[in-house]
Design a protein around this ligand. Structure first.
Ligand SMILES: [Zn+2]
Length: 145
């Protein structure tokens, strides 16, 4: 997975939200792979301070980081209704598979995968992705378990 500008534009066209004018550094995540990707993308040219910490590391714009999160979601999760046509049970209102709303997906899955402990960063990611409105997510292999 890389940080692709075209991908980001594609996501925007599909309705992902405006991203706040903020910046992320490698210290914002604990996942080694993601850290390294931020480190490689970050240039000292911009010299924008990290929006979520006090250190002086090079940063990348938050929207690039969010596009990376969206790529991760798209690679591992589907929209339970739009992709699978699965509805909640009419009586119990429960889905027949494990599901997440966007807020939970960001706060459970993305937070764990990337190793993000900063609540404001998680909120900003969730807000950007939540312009997908009421999307409920499930795993790709929803029926194979
Ligand atoms: Zn940071």
């Amino acid at each position: 997975m890389g940080f692709s500008k075209n991908k980001l534009e594609e996501y925007r066209r599909r309705g992902f939200g405006e991203v706040p004018n903020k910046y992320v550094c490698q210290d914002c995540v604990n996942n080694t792979e993601w850290k390294e990707q931020i480190r490689q993308m970050a240039t000292n040219q911009s010299r924008q301070k990290c929006s979520y910490g006090d250190n002086r590391l090079a940063t990348i714009p938050l929207d690039k980081f969010i596009s990376h999160c969206i790529e991760f979601i798209n690679a591992n999760y589907d929209r339970v209704w739009e992709d699978w046509g699965i509805k909640p049970d009419e009586e119990t209102n429960k889905y027949p598979c494990t599901t997440w709303d966007t807020w939970d997906l960001v706060h459970d899955i993305i937070a764990n995968k990337a190793g993000i402990g900063h609540e404001e960063l998680l909120k900003d990611i969730a807000k950007a992705i939540m312009s997908e409105q009421d999307t409920i997510w499930c795993e790709h292999d929803v029926f194979s378990k």
